[in-house]
Design a protein around this ligand. Sequence first.
Ligand code: NI
Length: 191
Amino acid sequence: MTNKQWSPDVYLKAWHYATRYHHGQTYGGAEPQEQIDYINHIGSVAMEVLHALAQTPDVDGDLAVQCALLHDVIEDTPVTYDMLKNEFGAQVADGVLALTKDVSLPDKENQMRDSLERIRRQPREVWMVKLADRITNLYYPPFYWTPAKIESYRQEAIIIYEALHGAHAGLAARLSEKIKRYRQFVGEDEN
Ligand code: NI
């Protein structure tokens, strides 16, 4: 898997698949009442992974970009593990499944720690997607989050950093910077 660059055709197949299944989904933006198309998040995560791949030749680029583009389809759309396996193969489906919360677990903290354990049993490319996902999610909090929610999200990011920073120095550095910068949002609504 050394020096395996990503292929534009592999990228496009996963991008179209993600676009189709996330169609119509939105999330809260930074501005009051702002809703952003979900695919914006997917494109941002893929960009972080591509940027990291450009610094790192000894990574399976196709695996990394497919997992990046598809990372939320099991969690947030009707797509199943078997559908992904049929379409993209077991390695991609296994990676995306590890990146998916097990909602049968009691609370968000357990769900996150369980997912991190499963990610750590996956190849480094899957760890990179989780780092990229949290970097992206720390650009700014949704307009409706309370300071307590924002702080707990920041604390979660520290746990993710501690579990996965060994996967990629560039992504680890970016996540560390975003965690520091995110502090500015915690006190914003306090008065
Ligand atoms: Ni995500």
